[in-house]
Design a protein around this ligand. Structure first.
Ligand code: ADP
Ligand code: MG
Length: 290
């Protein structure tokens, strides 16, 4: 039988906008030492915006933006929405042979050009030299922007700096969790320099970046192998395997249905303050039982 105090803990959590699936989850939550956060949409607002367009010579900025936006018509990634929005006034060409390269970017043909759009790893994989943009890639990444690169006919042609700011209340919630003794980890497919800049701003201890969508659950596993007792906090479809792998999966309110179905704990509000509340209630509940 579930002890009365656990049942009242679940009820108390609900008053704080924290939905706990089962009593065991509250007990596991009381014993965590490591909290892993998805970046995009969990730590950040998840509404990225293009803040700069830089070119390498072959095409001008307006043309680069038009080609990139044409390609992103086929993608539902938050970065794709940012690039389409920036090109909102342009008439976009039709794209042939469109492909999504998961965790890397997109490719296709438009206006008679072969196009590739995504991260540095994608261009490297295709043997495209990024030297002409390298310094600007690093400069934007060091500021916490994600550099999205465009190659036209096999040549690096442009860089779009895309910014996704931290949620207004993320820093305070993370500070509170830090003060309570948790180790804080960021897990992201974004590039290591960008991730490190945002982690520093957020007060995160460790960054695991450049992770392909299928690698998020493995990253949790390797923390567990090191002896950590881990919660994963995420909002996306691609976070679901990691939410399932963690001792406790925590889904952000308003996130994808798959994340919410997989998680043991769901926050009704889309705020990390709920994580701190959930863990405080779990600890208080288990303390009362002893
Ligand atoms: P995350 O959601 O953590 O950013 P993803 O696996 O979705 O991770 O993407 C990893 C990286 O791949 C992105 O940071 C970006 O550089 C690149 N990428 C993925 N999809 C696209 C896209 N549609 N357009 C441009 N870049 C993309
Ligand atoms: Mg996300």
């Amino acid at each position: 039988a579930t002890p009365m105090s656990i049942i009242s803990g679940v009820g108390r959590a609900a008053e704080f906008g924290v939905l706990v699936r089962d009593a065991d989850a509250l007990e596991r939550a009381s014993a965590l030492d490591t909290l892993v956060f998805d970046k995009t949409g969990t730590l950040t607002e998840g509404k990225p915006q293009v803040t700069a367009v830089e070119t390498a010579g072959g095409v001008d900025a307006a043309q680069a933006l038009r080609l990139a936006a044409a390609l992103e018509q086929g993608s539902s990634h938050p970065l794709a929405r940012a690039i389409r929005e920036k090109a909102a006034d342009a008439t976009l060409a039709q794209v042939d042979d469109f492909r999504t390269l998961r965790g890397l970017g997109v490719s296709g043909n438009a206006e008679g050009h072969a196009l590739l759009l995504g991260n540095r790893a994608l261009l490297m994989e295709q043997g495209i030299d990024c030297a002409s943009l390298e310094a600007r890639i690093e400069a934007h990444a060091a500021q916490g922007a994600t550099p999205v690169l465009l190659a036209v006919d096999g040549q690096a042609a442009a860089l779009f700096a895309v910014r996704d700011p931290l949620r207004a209340d993320s820093v305070a919630a993370l500070e509170r969790l830090h003060g309570e003794g948790y180790r804080l980890v960021m897990l992201t497919g974004d590039n290591p320099t960008t991730a490190a800049a945002i982690a520093k701003e957020a007060g995160i201890d460790e960054v695991i970046a450049g992770v392909l969508p299928d690698g998020k659950a493995d990253a949790i596993k390797s923390l567990q192998k090191q002896g950590h007792y881990v919660a994963m906090v995420g909002d996306g479809i691609n976070d679901a395997p990691a939410l399932a792998q963690a001792e406790v999966g925590i889904a952000m309110g308003g996130g994808s249905d798959v994340a919410i179905e997989t998680a043991a704990i769901t926050l009704m509000r889309h705020s990390l303050a709920g994580v701190a509340d959930a863990l405080a209630i779990s600890r208080a509940t288990l303390r009362n039982m002893k």
